[in-house]
Design a protein around this ligand. Structure first.
Ligand SMILES: Nc1ncnc2c1ncn2[C@@H]1O[C@H](COP(=O)(O)OP(=O)(O)O)[C@@H](O)[C@H]1O
Ligand SMILES: [Mg+2]
Length: 225
């Protein structure tokens, strides 16, 4: 075991209000950590809290209570502006519903999280096209999301997370809409990126992804265990 968890979360809880009176306990007292170059699968049924956990760990939403540290930096107390910068520089995120930007082409979507950047626009474009090709997307770079199939859109979303070479990648049901072969290509690519030093956290209810993981953590009813 390494002493250098890239991410360590303690006693994370998240409650949502539904309607006026109902309170949903989406997560309860969750503890979680991950090392660089480790791939962890968060495995659980629909509604168990996987997406909520990924949102919190990546700084997309703030927990109701608990602590989240990246190396030694607590992110739950950052301002919204600081969080945005943190997310841009450190985090790659593949959303369950992809969240591609409709009015941007595939390659512009891939470039979008890198702005503002130290690289010039030519370098950004070269990098983005290379990443799209790693995901077997050829001749699709100038297509808009609505001109792409579901599987192609999903791969654009994955390219967008990989292109920044982040320290940590979150992928929410990354193979959800893909045929088995494309799913395997994506998992192998995530594994390769992981082996080069990136921590990878995958949420899924797909049993088949278990074999790629260094560690599998179960979640049910908002509790890890
Ligand atoms: N914004 C929200 N408002 C109210 N309830 C929510 C919200 N987001 C998630 N939930 C509830 O929290 C629980 C966990 O949801 P989620 O994290 O999306 O689970 P999973 O990703 O495992 O399917 C569910 O009961 C869901 O209905
Ligand atoms: Mg989900």
């Amino acid at each position: 075991m390494s002493l250098t968890n890239i991410l360590k979360a303690e006693n994370l809880s998240m409650t949502y209000k539904r309607g006026r009176a109902e309170v949903v306990h989406a997560l309860t007292e969750v503890n979680f950590k991950i090392d660089p170059a480790e791939m962890v699968l968060i495995f659980g049924p629909s509604g168990s809290g996987k997406s909520t956990l990924l949102h919190l760990l990546s700084g997309l939403e703030k927990p109701t209570s608990g602590s989240i540290k990246y190396e030694d930096k607590e992110i739950t107390t950052l301002t919204d502006k600081e969080l945005t910068t943190f997310r841009r520089d450190e985090v790659g995120y593949v959303f369950q519903s992809w969240e591609l930007i409709d009015h941007m082409t595939a390659v512009e979507n891939v470039e979008s999280p890198m702005y503002p950047s130290k690289l010039d626009s030519g370098e950004l474009r070269t990098k983005s096209l290379k990443t799209l090709r790693q995901l077997d997307l050829y001749d699709r770079e100038n297509h808009f999301p609505k001109e792409l199939s579901g599987g192609e859109q999903q791969r654009v979303a994955i390219a967008r997370a990989l292109v920044k070479e982040p320290k940590i990648i979150f992928a929410d049901e990354p193979t959800g809409n893909l045929d088995q072969e494309t799913g395997e290509t994506i998992m192998r690519l995530l594994k390769k990126v992981c082996r080069l030093g990136t921590a990878v956290i995958i949420a899924t209810h797909n049993e088949e992804l278990r074999r790629y993981a260094d560690r599998v953590v179960r979640i049910s009813n908002g509790r890890l265990g």
